[in-house]
Design a protein around this ligand. Structure first.
Ligand code: GAL
Length: 417
């Protein structure tokens, strides 16, 4: 009898310990401040999906959504920098994998390595080598990529294309033929919003890619190809011509506001990253098609959003738990489905993602990959900013030879560093 009571007591004890351990391990408290620039439709939903997972796992942590609006992080990055340099590091903040992460934050010593977490969570197996490479420095991993975005996408309004029997232009000549035809029909052929100052640089990287091809475009950022190259001249001339077909109110619009032209069937084409797919989903717009911008078929101009662990951040344990959610299958599945990007992990089931995303996932596997400059992958932040401002100015003052000279000087300056 006594023996039986003893065994039952021990069993009850073991069962309660078994259930108590996870509860105890999840017993994080306090706050977690997540800094990003994800405020637009699609972006906000993606972020929210991550918050939901986090809150379900750690109900006692108060998640603070600290966003600074402005596409491509043009405003947010300045805020992150002020806090980091001012000794008040955010718990964690959105940072592009590649040069933006490594040159700006890792090399000067502001971040903590995440290699142990990568190993314990199995991310070294779940993420492809190319992705691991852009978050690596001196044998360690430094941030957790939550997605892969594509920069070079030409979005078009399907009804307009159907109505005028237009097929997506594959070359620049075809692009201008389409523009001329649409102009005669009273449709704005090519739409941009340039309010944020980065959107022209975004479009121009696709033009450079189309004119130089993957290898030589990459060479512009490594110094193997000179910015004085006649193909850069050609790219600038082509961009100046594209600008002549733009909506006249472009400087008053952000990228998503410009997207309204497609929604309202007033504008036909727009070159923008695939967060546009997330935005289309969030506003319930389905009348869109997509294609690579002229001459970029078979090339995937890539970027990746990630989060890291700043030295001295206040809520370290909570941040580590956040990073684990970001790298998890569940986190990547839910975030990307709404965000319009594809998971950085290769083992996420995306069979119920939309058609665009499935096509992006296919292209990511088979295309040549080039790094986006406008979104931190190809060049240091200083060089990227100079490129951005130069191309932004070019839209209002399309002086090809002056602009190319500035681009040449910037390359010389930053490649020396
Ligand atoms: C990019 C970022 C994307 C998207 C876009 C527009 O820099 O990587 O996630 O948010 O800006 O804001």
């Amino acid at each position: 009898m006594f023996r039986r009571i003893f065994v039952i007591t021990v069993l009850i004890f073991m069962v309660s310990v078994f259930f108590a351990i996870p509860t105890f391990a999840n017993n994080l408290k306090g706050v977690l401040e997540i800094n990003s620039w994800w405020t637009a439709g699609g972006e906000a939903e993606g972020l929210n999906a991550l918050f939901e997972i986090y809150r379900a796992k750690y109900p006692d942590v108060e998640v603070i959504n600290a966003t600074v609006a402005g596409g491509a992080g043009t405003n947010a990055k300045a805020v992150f920098k002020t806090r980091m340099l001012g000794g008040d590091p955010p718990d964690t903040f959105q940072v592009h994998a590649g040069h933006e992460l490594i040159d700006t934050w890792v090399v000067p010593g502001y971040m903590q390595p995440l290699t142990d977490i990568y190993k314990s969570e199995g991310w070294t197996e779940a993420m492809p080598q190319g992705v691991l490479d852009i978050v690596s420095y001196q044998g360690d991993y430094w941030s957790v990529p939550v997605n892969i975005h594509r920069s070079n996408v030409l979005w078009f309004n399907k009804s307009i294309f159907d109505k005028y029997k237009i097929t997506p232009p594959r070359t620049f000549n075809q692009f201008f033929d389409v523009c001329d035809e649409l102009k005669t029909k009273g449709v704005v052929p090519f739409v941009m919003g340039t309010k944020g100052g980065w959107e022209a640089g975004h479009v121009f990287e696709s033009i450079l890619l189309g004119k130089l091809g993957a290898n030589d475009y990459n060479g512009l950022w490594t110094g193997e190809v000179k910015w004085s190259d006649p193909r850069v001249t050609d790219a600038l001339e082509t961009f100046a011509k594209m600008v002549s077909y733009l909506n006249t109110d472009h400087s008053a619009l952000t990228w998503d506001e410009a997207g309204q032209y497609l929604l309202k069937e007033k504008g036909a084409m727009m070159i923008m990253g695939d967060w546009t797919n997330g935005w289309f989903m969030s506003v319930g717009f389905e009348d869109y098609g997509w294609a690579p911008p002229p001459n970029t078929e078979g090339i995937f101009l890539a970027l990746s959003d990630s989060f890291a662990l700043p030295k001295g951040c206040k809520n370290q344990e909570n941040v580590i738990a956040w990073l684990k959610v970001l790298g998890s299958k569940e986190g990547q599945y839910s975030f990307n489905k709404a965000k319009g990007s594809i998971p950085a992990r290769t083992d996420v089931d995306i069979s119920d993602y939309n058609d665009y995303l499935k096509s992006a996932a296919r292209d990511w596997q088979r295309d040549a990959i080039s790094p986006s400059v406008m979104h931190g992958a190809a060049a240091s932040e200083g060089w990227t900013t100079e490129y951005k401002d130069t191309i932004s100015l070019f839209v209002s003052r399309p002086d090809v030879s002056y602009t190319q000279k500035v681009l040449v000087t910037a390359a010389e300056e930053y490649l020396k560093k």
